[in-house]
Design a binder for this molecule. Structure first.
Ligand SMILES: [Zn+2]
Length: 422
């Protein structure tokens, strides 16, 4: 067998899937195997063999052996919902909120998303890239090798396209892999405050066609909620995007239950995200669809809201992805493993379901599960070596960072020891 990289001395290899993505959602966690003393062989950044180290076939040429120190090895984490490209922060509003103002009251005072819109429009591309790069470095240090990044703080053609350009530039830089999403329908920008329909028209007639032609966004997303876009507006924006050949995502049923989950299912969106307020009808609609439920427990924690009903969703066989929602207002954190701790303790997910949520199901929520999210021959050799005895510790010792080394496409791209020394 040919390989240029083989892992040795692995304590636990977690995240082995047999072949292909099983179609039954709830069964996925059961098929995510844990192999004590497992090993992986890779060639040119792709996995060629997975199994117990004792069964490793003979390697036919010189090959690097990487000693994993007896630690746990998991697939590179996939953060499938972030708003990482922004300028500045919103720490003042954090203080308002602690003094009692609600998210919606802050928005009504001219704060919230519009504060970040003003900051982003003033920032240069170099500023935006440099601030976003810092956040991506924190993602990588936390074991995240693939990150979805949404626009949504430009809210006009020029600034939204500028953000997509910066995302493309940062993706080329690597070593992370970025998946761009157009979220021009985040909120109605202040200059359209008296003319919501005018902004929806701008989105459908100008912004979306430009974005689709640019080829710079893989998905179109809409924030469907009170204070953002109603169900009718959301439908018209998503249907336009779909006609332009874009795939769909949806911020659904976060602050109020508007029926976003049903709309996501009806339009065959790849994911319906948040779902804090999803009702039974929404759950049934998702269960009948191929749409993945992406849960973002960091936002519920930070806003002091009730967590999404993960168990009810999982029990209907709906695949659940976990992501950070990293953004300056409602979840200023890039710590995806911490979201796993919240998923376990607050949403009663098992550690294995949480890990599947931030690997295989995260990849599926980006349409990338054919090459990311688990250990299987043919998939990318993206993996994380964690200084724990068994993987459950990643969520048990919450808030800690156990990540020692991160590999992307078979290359070492982060080493905690080197980072500590520099
Ligand atoms: Zn979001």
């Amino acid at each position: 067998m040919q390989a240029d990289l083989v892992l040795s001395n692995v304590g636990q290899l977690v995240g082995v899937t047999a072949s292909g993505l099983p179609s039954e959602g709830s069964g996925l966690a059961n098929r995510f195997q844990v192999i004590p003393g497992g090993s992986i062989a890779a060639l040119d950044g792709r996995i060629t063999w997975v199994g117990p180290a004792s069964e490793l076939p003979e390697i036919s040429r010189n090959c690097a052996r990487h000693d994993c120190g007896g630690h746990v090895v998991i697939p590179g984490l996939v953060d499938s919902h972030t708003h990482l490209i922004y300028a500045g922060d919103r720490v003042e509003e954090f203080e308002w909120r602690l003094a009692g103002a609600s998210y919606q009251e802050i928005a009504e005072r001219g704060g919230g998303i519009n504060t970040t819109v003003r900051a982003l429009r003033k920032a240069t591309n170099a500023d935006l890239a440099s601030q976003t790069r810092q956040r991506l470095r924190r993602c990588l240090a936390g074991g995240v090798t693939t990150v979805e990044v949404k626009t949504g703080y430009g809210l006009n053609s020029a600034d939204e396209l500028r953000c997509l350009d910066v995302i493309a530039q940062l993706d080329r830089e690597g070593p992370w892999e970025l998946v761009p999403t157009f979220l021009g329908a985040h909120v109605v920008p202040p200059e359209f405050a008296g003319d919501r329909q005018g902004y929806v028209r701008l989105l459908c007639e100008e912004m979306l066609p430009h974005v689709a032609t640019s080829g710079l966004a893989r998905f179109c997303d809409v924030f469907c909620d009170r204070g953002a876009f109603d169900l009718r507006e959301t439908r018209s924006i998503l249907e336009t995007a779909r006609q332009l050949g874009m795939k769909l995502k949806l911020h659904a049923d976060e602050l109020t239950c508007l029926g976003g989950a049903q709309l996501a299912a009806e339009l065959d969106a790849i994911s319906a995200d948040h779902l804090l307020c999803i009702d039974q009808a929404g759950i049934e609609a998702l269960a009948r669809s191929r749409t993945i439920a992406t849960l973002l427990p960091g936002t519920a924690l930070f806003l002091g809201l009730s967590f999404a009903p993960a168990r009810q969703i999982l029990e209907r066989g709906i695949p659940v992805a976990l992501a950070t929602d990293s953004n300056p207002g409602t979840c200023p954190s890039e710590n995806l493993l911490l979201m796993g701790s919240l998923a376990c303790t607050q949403m009663h997910m098992s550690p294995l379901e949480a890990l599947v949520g931030m690997t295989l199901h995260g990849a599926a929520a980006l349409g990338l599960s054919d090459r990311l999210g688990s250990f299987e021959p043919g998939k990318q050799a993206d993996f994380v070596i964690c200084d724990v005895r068994r993987f459950e510790q990643l969520f048990y010792e919450f808030g800690a960072n156990h990540v020692r080394q991160v590999f992307k496409r078979g290359k070492l791209v982060f080493d905690a020891n080197a980072a500590a020394a520099s």
